[in-house]
Design a protein around this ligand. Structure first.
Ligand SMILES: Nc1ncnc2c1ncn2[C@@H]1O[C@H](COP(=O)(O)OP(=O)(O)OP(=O)(O)O)[C@@H](O)[C@H]1O
Ligand SMILES: [Mg+2]
Length: 264
């Protein structure tokens, strides 16, 4: 490994515009391979939209998204998934009447180049079946393969979403509020799962619970009104006056888009 690695993910002036609203406004950021990063900020800051721009769910209006040296700004979500970009969604995205293993099969098929079909048989290759087993093990759902999703706890459902994102052995995993709505015990369990993910996997986590987020990551990006207002390590984030203002809602905390200070 080289001493100074190229970033695995590099965003340059990424903007996502909805009519007059710049939900993401000229965001630039850079992540090293294996880095654990939190993206935090108040509701409507543009965190999910930033994920959408990275995964291609909503391609950026302007700016560049480069993953491992490949400019994927204009690629489809599936093209980006093939490069190794995976995500979980803020809103649960599972088939409740299906079992764990059936949902996992859909995740595998979603990645396969052949046409997606609900009606395929149990046609996972040996390699795909291994991949599924590994993903379930990482998400601590091994042994739960035949449980119907709607009969699982909400915590297990969120674990399954992580497992589905791990199918295909991604190199970048984006987790959009994976612990939202969980009990304290479930949050701790999910945090342990995230912490134990393979070290070479680059993970970006959107999370409103500061303690959870800061305990899991190397570096933190704070967004407000579509712009990055602070980037720093977790210990400085806790004491950063701008972050405190944003979170405690003190007056004069509003950052005007375009005037954000991307430096710590
Ligand atoms: N598809 C869309 N069409 C129009 N406006 C949108 C769309 N998606 C998001 N927005 C708007 O963009 C802004 C940023 O939304 P986004 O969901 O990215 O925020 P967020 O930081 O993820 O917030 P939260 O913490 O509540 O999930 C908000 O004002 C939102 O209403
Ligand atoms: Mg969001």
């Amino acid at each position: 490994m080289r001493a100074v690695a190229e970033p695995i993910l590099k965003l340059t002036d990424v903007t996502v515009q909805f009519g007059a609203l710049k939900a993401v406004d000229k965001v630039s950021m850079s992540l090293n391979a294996g880095e654990r990063r939190a993206v935090i900020g108040p509701n409507g800051a543009g965190k999910t939209t930033l994920f959408n721009a990275i995964t291609g769910t909503i391609p950026p209006t302007s700016g560049r998204v480069v993953f491992d040296g490949v400019d994927m700004s204009r690629m489809s979500p599936q093209g980006r998934a093939h490069l190794g970009v995976a995500r979980t969604f803020q809103i649960t995205n599972l088939f409740g009447r299906m079992s764990v293993i059936e949902n996992m099969r859909l995740a595998v098929r979603g990645l396969s180049p052949t046409k997606f079909s609900f009606f395929g048989t149990d046609d996972l290759t040996e390699a795909q079946a291994d991949d599924v087993r590994r993903a379930l093990l990482s998400s601590r759902l091994d042994g739960r393969e035949h449980v119907v999703v709607k009969e699982m706890s909400y915590g297990e459902q969120r674990q399954l979403e992580v497992a589905m994102a791990l199918v295909g052995t991604p190199r970048l995993l984006l987790l959009d509020e994976p612990a939202a709505g969980l009990s304290p015990a479930e949050r701790t369990f999910l945090a342990d799962i995230i912490r134990a993910l393979p070290r070479e996997l680059t993970v970006v986590l959107i999370e409103h619970d500061m303690d959870l987020a800061l305990g899991l990551v190397d570096y933190v990006t704070v967004m407000q009104n579509g712009v990055v207002i602070v980037e720093s390590d977790p210990s400085s984030i806790r004491t950063n006056p701008l972050v405190q203002e944003v979170y405690l809602g003190k007056p004069h905390a509003v950052v005007v888009p375009g005037e954000g200070n991307a430096d710590a």
